[in-house]
Design a protein. Structure first.
Length: 385
């Protein structure tokens, strides 16, 4: 847990899931800069927050918690962000009922008077969210973006300019910068390019040539990533009724391949991204035969599944949390998989060879074998004994 001192008060904040050895804070200099700007924008008075305040892309709820007294609406694509926000509101004595919590798939408020945007890692997700909120922005809306200097590029500013209105940036403070945008009420509406669809290659097994749907912000939304492609060439061949989980499903290509390869399987698609689960469901519905069994869960890994209820877990774990490189997400996924698997159930993982997932799997499962590998990727198999 970290303490953030702001003009709005002193806050105790933590990421989710909370871990006492987590080296990363639940806020950074970009959050601090934005909150200072709201209190002192240089006009002699703080920004008027009496109207509808919308916070897009809050990382761990720091902005939403600091502004809880103004009854903001948070829009996030992350289930973990939502959980972190609720926990941070509670630990700081704020009323969660006074805060609106919307997913990136929900309809934004009809009118937005103050729009605060934490610049995301994905430019595509920023584009999608600006398109979604633009109809609610009016000439008097205060629009402020924030991010670390390395997160804000010319392409970032061009998106604000094209979708919202004239845009400029602030001076950098502690390697953070603000984006100050003036809504143009006469701007022409620009159609969103999302969702994006593409056809899979002709050499990737059961899903060869099929069309996948990708909502903005999911990993490798414009093409099949090379790790998943390698994994598709080495998936286990299985038959009969079984429960398969595509963990961290993205657009759901792995789970779809498992379903098409084994019509007796029931597949659960799980991701902490609302956009990813929507992509997986759209991909599955468009390609799976009638009667194919599938569930779609936005959640914290396998926490929502009963222990010992799964036969096979397929996993291409991320190794970034926003801009931080960490194996914590993969480690949590592996622990969750061991709990959810039945005796004899298997976890199959693809990852960059240098990440050393085999060490973690041996520690958690007591075993790990290499199914396939190339100079960049490795497919690993661990069995619950």
């Amino acid at each position: 847990m970290n303490r953030l001192t702001t003009s709005q008060g002193v806050l105790d904040l933590a990421r989710f899931p909370e871990h006492p050895r987590d080296p990363f804070r639940a806020w950074d200099a970009a959050d601090e800069y934005l909150l200072r700007q709201l209190a002192d924008p240089g006009t002699g008075a703080p920004v008027d927050l009496s109207g509808t305040v919308v916070v897009v892309g809050d990382r761990w709820g720091a902005l939403t918690t600091a502004l809880a007294g103004e009854h903001p609406v948070q829009i996030t694509d992350s289930y973990l962000t939502r959980r972190a926000t609720l926990a941070n509101l509670a630990r700081n004595g704020a009323d969660a009922d006074g805060v609106g919590l919307l997913s990136a798939r929900d309809t934004p408020p009809d009118r937005i008077d103050v729009l605060l945007v934490r610049v995301p890692k994905s430019l595509a997700f920023l584009e999608d969210q600006l398109h979604r909120v633009a109809p609610a922005v009016h000439a008097g809306t205060v629009v402020i973006g924030t991010g670390m200097v390395k997160e804000i590029h010319t392409s970032t500013l061009k998106l604000f300019e094209r979708i919202i209105g004239p845009t400029r940036t602030s001076l950098a403070v502690k390697k953070a910068r603000l984006i100050l945008c003036t809504p143009d009420p006469d701007r022409a509406a620009v159609p969103s390019p999302w969702p994006y669809r593409y056809d899979l290659p002709a050499d990737v097994g059961a899903v060869s040539g099929l069309t996948v749907t990708n909502h903005a912000g999911i990993f490798c939304a414009e093409r099949l990533d090379i790790g998943t492609r390698f994994f598709l060439g080495h998936l286990p061949a299985r038959t009969g009724p079984e429960h398969v989980v595509d963990l961290g499903c993205g657009n759901g290509v792995l789970g779809l391949s498992a379903a098409l390869g084994n019509p007796g399987a029931a597949v659960t698609f799980i991701d902490e991204s609302y956009q990813a689960v929507a992509s997986a469901e759209a991909t599955f519905r468009a390609n799976a035969p009638a009667g194919a069994k599938a569930d779609f869960i936005v959640g914290d890994g396998l926490a929502d599944l009963a222990p010992g209820s799964v036969d096979l877990v397929l996993n291409n774990p991320p190794f970034h949390s926003h801009l931080a490189t960490t194996d914590a997400t993969a480690r949590n996924m592996f622990h969750g998989a061991r709990t959810a698997l039945r005796q004899g159930g298997e976890l199959w993982v693809v990852g960059n060879r240098h990440l050393g997932h085999h060490t973690q799997l041996r520690r958690i499962f007591g075993n790990c074998s290499t199914v396939a590998g190339d100079p960049k990727f490795v497919v690993l198999r661990a069995v619950k004994r």
